[in-house]
Each structure stands twice: as structure tokens, then as C-alpha cells.
Design a protein around this ligand. Structure first.
Ligand code: NAD
Length: 500
């Protein structure tokens, strides 16, 4: 039953809040207290259809807007986002649980994508070849697709929508966002900022929901493209169903990111980087490091350096100053992650630090940080994406063995190498079969003027997210070949010297 302190959330359609009518809802929790704080409507196929219809007519107008008008809206949106980022960070922390500084960091990384998209007049420039044949010129233009959808995960409720919508809107499309139902409020805040920035109604829509809403988007004739970020099984499903319906789809999936630590690495630098990349945001990052591959004799020093750092870290509510790690997203997920720790121990991994025994707040969905040593590739703790504060150390004898281990993994989102040897680093970046590589950099999320994406089961589709590939994804190319009659041969006298 809804209590007075539970906020009832709405969809955002045609520039205004619209209550859900399906009769189905989902609870939204504050993971730091475990208390339900909101109720989010879950859209029916009929509600999706009505929302998409408004987006279709908005897209027709928006595609005719000038590039300078679009850039002006993006600049205004950028200013609003920047000036109100504290409020937005608080919303993220209240529903996701990550610490405030991390929420602010996510907004800053999302903002980069808006800044990139302000360059749309430059980004949409085509090519021109004069005199491709005698009297014939050829040029290329890129045009918007129409209405495009974004389906996003819980772990970055601001950054991932901005990865998509900034470029999609800049390119002249209308964008329909189906955010995660676990932390949906940030998307409504973004919608209000877009409106305040001058974006015409209907160009940015938020429609909440679960599988029913997603399926309705995937099947809708007026959705031209789907941009998805989430877990691998759902990414595969979205890609298969969306492309079967003739849509353009990019679907980014899960991850199991490895750090290869060579014997010559700066251990303190590596340990600092690995601790923040493994346990930051409670390990709920697609670029979190979850496996440290220790080469040769470096294992003992590395495990000691990492375990020495953990007692200094505080687990608690993300809104409290001084907290290093917040709770997990749901109770079920917390229990599932704890189950992996038990399974690892039973399978023979050495539990160096046990997050289940750490002193954490009793309310909320907290779990401490776990460090497992002597993990082997057959263990579930190694094979599965855990998406929690659990770091596994796998020991190998050689660089080749470590590289082969990483290349054999089904996931291939990000990876990092820690070494002082430039030749080893260069070989690694050349031979590793992973989409994003860090060299002494633990979370190599590309800046907004490159593109983001993994390989193998971390990405279904051909196009990476945001940056130049994002511009390509949200536009269709057209090439025009033109020939004009020579005015000197025209039947009408235009004042040119006659050649006949
Ligand atoms: P998820 O796959 O459960 O959900 C993602 C989206 O899909 C949500 O909007 C959800 O409502 C929808 N969805 C869920 N089940 C569905 C179904 N059966 N049919 C249709 N739609 C469905 O992912 P999550 O738990 O929200 O996010 C965590 C996952 O996202 C992790 O696996 C993480 O690695 C991944 N992720 C990947 C990247 C990347 O860039 N590769 C970035 C962030 C998160």
C-alpha cells in the first residue's frame, strides 16, 4: 500500500508530466535505508504507442530546426545541467546509493557528451567532391532517423541517458527514454532541464516501464533505432528482437574487466587504482575491475597492498560525508553478491577480506568489500559478472598466460595493464581482444570525442556508443551526385556567351 511519504512518479510526454494509466507500478527504494520512497508507473503497450505518436510529430518539426538553433539548446542545457548538478547528484544518490562525489562524477562525464554535441554544426558536415566526373559533383549529407529509443540500466541513471540523447537530439531526432525502473527520478529531472533549455515539447520523452514497455518499443513501427545499455542476456535479446523488426540497434552488455599486473608494476599505484576501480560505486560499474591478474611473483605484494587499503574505507550511506562506498541497488542483488563470495570460498578461493563480515549499517542493502585470492577460471566467482564489491585475484606465471586468460573471457568491455615496460604495454594494447584498454589507467572510459564500447558479449551491433560513432548511429548517410546543364547551352538566354 502507498504511504504518504511515497512519491508517485509520472511519465514525461509532450513536455509535461503524465500519470501512468496501466495500473501496474514498481517500488523505488532508497538503498541506504531499505525504505520505499517512490512508486514508478510501468507503461502498457498502449501508453508507449501514445507517447511515440507525440514524438513522431515532434521529430518532423525538430529535423527542420537549424543547426545553430540545436546548438543553442544544447548550450543552454549544458549550463542548466552544470549549475544544478548538486541537486541531480542528490537524486542519484537517493535512489542508486552511490556516494555523492561519485554521482557528481557521473554527471560530469555525462556533461562531456552534451559539450561534444554542441559541436553539431561541425559534426554533421558532409564531404564534397567537385568534378567527380566532368561536370559532375558528389557530396554527402547525414540526416536524422526520426524517433529513436534509449533503454538504460540502473547503474548510471544520468550518464548513460546523456551518452545517447545528447547526440540523438543534436542530430535532429526525437528521443524516447525508457530508464531503469530502479532509479527513475533522474530522468524526469533531465526532462525538465531540456524543456527549460528550450527544447520543443515531444523531442525528449520519458516513459517508464519494464519488459512490456521495452517490447512495445522494440516492436513499434515508428521507432527507427534502439540504443541499449544493460546486462548481456538482455542486450542480446534487445539486439535480436530489434534487428528482426528492421531497426538499427546498438546494445551494450555486461562486463568482467581484468587488470594485468606485471612484476615491474608500481605496486602502490596499481593497488590504489585497483581498489578504487573494484570497489567504487560498490562494484556496480560496467568498467569496474573485478579480476586482478597477478603475473609471476607480484601476487603476494599486490594482495597485501590491496588488503592493507581496505580497512581505511568506510561503507555507509552515500549522502554522508566521508563515505567511500554506498549500498547495493536492491536487497536481492546484495544477497546474490554475498552468495558469490560463499561460492568462491567453497570452490577453494582464499578469502583474504570477507565483505560479509564487515561492520556495515544494518538497514539498507549494504555489503562490505571482499578480496578473494587464488581464484581459478572454473569458479563461478571468476566466470560470472557479479556486479558487486568483490575483487578476485588470479595468479599466472607469465604475461602470455595472463593475456590468453583475458582473451578467452566471453566479456570484453575494458581492461588495464600495470607496468613500467612500454614494450609490454604496447604488445598488450595490440593483442588484447577488448574494446577499451587502460595503460596504468584503471577505468579507461573514453572521453566524449572518442566512442565507448566493448567487444564480444559486451556489445551487440557494430556501432559503439557516443562520440563520432554516436553521430553515425543517430543519422543516415545520403550521397548526392549532381550534374547541371552548362548555362552556356541553356535554351533560355541567361546572359552567358553562347556555345551553340
Ligand atoms: P538490465 O539488463 O537488468 O536492465 C537494463 C534495462 O533493460 C532496464 O531499463 C530494464 O528495465 C530493461 N530490462 C530488464 N529486463 C528486461 C527484459 N527481460 N526484457 C526487456 N527489457 C528488460 O541491467 P541493469 O541491472 O539495470 O544494469 C546492470 C547491467 O548493465 C550490468 O550487466 C552492467 O555491466 C551493464 N552495463 C553495461 C554498460 C556498458 O557500457 N557495457 C554500462 C552500464 C551498465
Amino acid at each position: 500500500m502507498t504511504t504518504p511519504s511515497v512519491t508517485v512518479l509520472d511519465h514525461w510526454i509532450s513536455g509535461t508530466r503524465v500519470p501512468g494509466t496501466s495500473g501496474r507500478t514498481a517500488p523505488v527504494h532508497d538503498p541506504a535505508t531499505g525504505r520505499q520512497t517512490a512508486e514508478v508507473p510501468l507503461a502498457s503497450a498502449g501508453e508507449i504507442d501514445a507517447a511515440v505518436k507525440t514524438a513522431v510529430s515532434a521529430a518532423k518539426e525538430w529535423r527542420t530546426s537549424s543547426l545553430s538553433k540545436r546548438a543553442a539548446v544544447l548550450f543552454a542545457f549544458r549550463e542548466l545541467l552544470n549549475s544544478r548538478s548538486d541537486e541531480l547528484a542528490a537524486i542519484v544518490t537517493a535512489e542508486h546509493g552511490k556516494v555523492l562525489s561519485d554521482a557528481a562524477g557521473e554527471i560530469a562525464r555525462g556533461l562531456e557528451n552534451v559539450e561534444f554535441a554542441t559541436g553539431v554544426p561541425q559534426l554533421l558536415k558532409g564531404g564534397f567532391s567537385e568534378q567527380a566526373a566532368t561536370g559532375v559533383d558528389v557530396y554527402s549529407i547525414r540526416q536524422p532517423l526520426g524517433v529513436v529509443a534509449g533503454i538504460t540500466p540502473f547503474n548510471f541513471p544520468v550518464m548513460v541517458p546523456l551518452w545517447m540523447c545528447a547526440n540523438a537530439i543534436a542530430c535532429g531526432n526525437a528521443f524516447v527514454l525508457k530508464p531503469s525502473e530502479k532509479d527513475p527520478s533522474a530522468s524526469l529531472f533531465l526532462a525538465e532541464l531540456w524543456k527549460e533549455a528550450g527544447l520543443p515539447d515531444g523531442v525528449f520523452t520519458v516513459i517508464h516501464g519494464d519488459k512490456e514497455a521495452v517490447d512495445a518499443l522494440l516492436d513499434h513501427d515508428d521507432i527507427a533505432a534502439v540504443s541499449f545499455v544493460g546486462s548481456t542476456p538482455i542486450a542480446r535479446y534487445i539486439y535480436e528482437r530489434g534487428t528482426a523488426n528492421g531497426k538499427r540497434v546498438q546494445a551494450l552488455g555486461g562486463a568482467k574487466n581484468h587488470a594485468l599486473v606485471l612484476p615491474d608494476a608500481d605496486i602502490d599505484m596499481a593497488a590504489d587504482a585497483i581498489v578504487s576501480a573494484a570497489y567504487g560505486a560498490a562494484g556496480e560499474r560496467c568498467m569496474a575491475l573485478s579480476v586482478a591478474v597477478a603475473v609471476g611473483g607480484v601476487g603476494d605484494d599486490l594482495v597485501e597492498a590491496i588488503s592493507a587499503r581496505l580497512p581505511a574505507l568506510t561503507v555507509g550511506p552515500g549522502s554522508e560525508p566521508g563515505t567511500d562506498m554506498g549500498p547495493l541497488i536492491t536487497r536481492e542483488h546484495r544477497d546474490r553478491v554475498a552468495g558469490y563470495v560463499s561460492a568462491g570460498a567453497e570452490a577453494g578461493a582464499t578469502v583474504v577480506v570477507d565483505g560479509r563480515e564487515q561492520d556495515v549499517p544494518a538497514d539498507g542493502f549494504f555489503l562490505g568489500m571482499t578480496l578473494l585470492d587464488d581464484v581459478t577460471p572454473d569458479m563461478t566467482v571468476y566466470r560470472d559478472e557479479i556486479f558487486g564489491p568483490v575483487l578476485s585475484v588470479v595468479r599466472v606465471d607469465t604475461f602470455e598466460e595472463g593475456l590468453a586468460l583475458i582473451n578467452a573471457n566471453q566479456y570484453a568491455n575494458g581492461t588495464a595493464i600495470f607496468t613500467r615496460d612500454g614494450g609490454a604495454a604496447r604488445r598488450f594494447q595490440n593483442e588484447v581482444e577488448v574494446g577499451m584498454v587502460g595503460i596504468n589507467v584503471p577505468i579507461p572510459v573514453p572521453v566524449a570525442y572518442y566512442s565507448f564500447g566493448g567487444w564480444k558479449d559486451s556489445l551487440f551491433g557494430d556501432t559503439h556508443m557516443y562520440g563520432p560513432e554516436g553521430i553515425n548511429f543517430f543519422t543516415r548517410g545520403k550521397v548526392v551526385t549532381q550534374r547541371w546543364p552548362d548555362p552556356a547551352t541553356s535554351r533560355v538566354d541567361l546572359g552567358f556567351p553562347r556555345t551553340r
